[in-house]
Design a protein around this ligand. Structure first.
Ligand SMILES: C[S@@+](CC[C@H](N)C(=O)[O-])C[C@H]1O[C@@H](n2cnc3c(N)ncnc32)[C@H](O)[C@@H]1O
Length: 203
């Protein structure tokens, strides 16, 4: 079996699985797999999901935090409402000034988890897309630094490339545990990689 064919079959598998199981995106399985491996979300956690449309991660996060937790999704695009009282969405740019205040205003308490699956519009110019993706990752990391109280976990998607190590180094200062990981549900050919940080350290 050729590699390309295997990949195509895997993508179709997750696409069909998401349809059948009622998830809004195949990306839902990436969060599920990373959570299974790294135990990122706990019951009752307040979670912020950056770049959340169409909402697959929101669905998975709500499953994990349960009825007493809270999930806030943010995207440039509008997100169709989810049928849960404790899932809220706002349309906003995560790189804009004032985003911390906007997020805090929409949360019941400070977050324990910050997720970011935000991706730039793909220009096709590799260097540009990589740099934009790292910028989005950096915005997610600085939101974690601003918004976490004395503990917190992050999961941040970035397109791999020369600036990735820099971002990793920055994050290493803030977390007890830091890892880069690619879940099985992510296409092998895709450059995406996920940065996982656990045990936030407040200086
Ligand atoms: C791969 S999708 C997210 C999929 C989502 N995790 C799911 O499971 O449905 C990436 C999203 O990032 C959003 N995005 C990109 N730049 C953004 C920004 N500056 N602020 C907010 N959202 C952004 C895009 O609009 C897009 O919807």
């Amino acid at each position: 079996m050729g590699k390309r064919w295997q990949e195509k079959r895997k993508n179709e598998h997750y696409y069909k699985k998401a349809k059948k199981e009622g998830y809004r995106s195949r990306a839902a399985y990436k969060l599920k797999q990373l959570h299974e491996k790294y135990d990122l979300l706990a019951k009752d956690d307040v979670t912020v999901d950056l770049g959340a449309a169409p909402g697959g991660w929101l669905q998975v996060a709500r499953e994990k935090v349960g009825r007493e937790g809270f999930v806030l999704g943010i995207d440039l695009e509008p997100i169709e409402e989810l049928d849960y009282e404790n899932v809220k969405t706002i349309q906003a740019d995560i790189t804009e000034e004032g985003i911390e205040e906007l997020i805090l205003k929409n949360l019941p308490r400070r977050p324990k988890v910050i997720l970011s699956d935000a991706s730039p519009n793909i220009s096709g110019v590799w260097e540009v897309d990589h740099a934009r993706s790292v910028d989005l990752g950096r915005s997610a990391l600085s939101l974690a630094q601003e918004l976490f109280d004395h503990e917190g976990n992050i999961l941040i998607k970035v397109f791999q490339g020369k600036f990735f190590e820099e971002l990793k180094r920055e994050a290493r200062k803030d977390f007890d545990f830091l890892k880069a990981s690619k879940p099985e549900a992510s296409r092998k050919r895709s450059a995406e990689i996920y940065l996982i940080g656990k045990g936030f350290i407040r200086d």
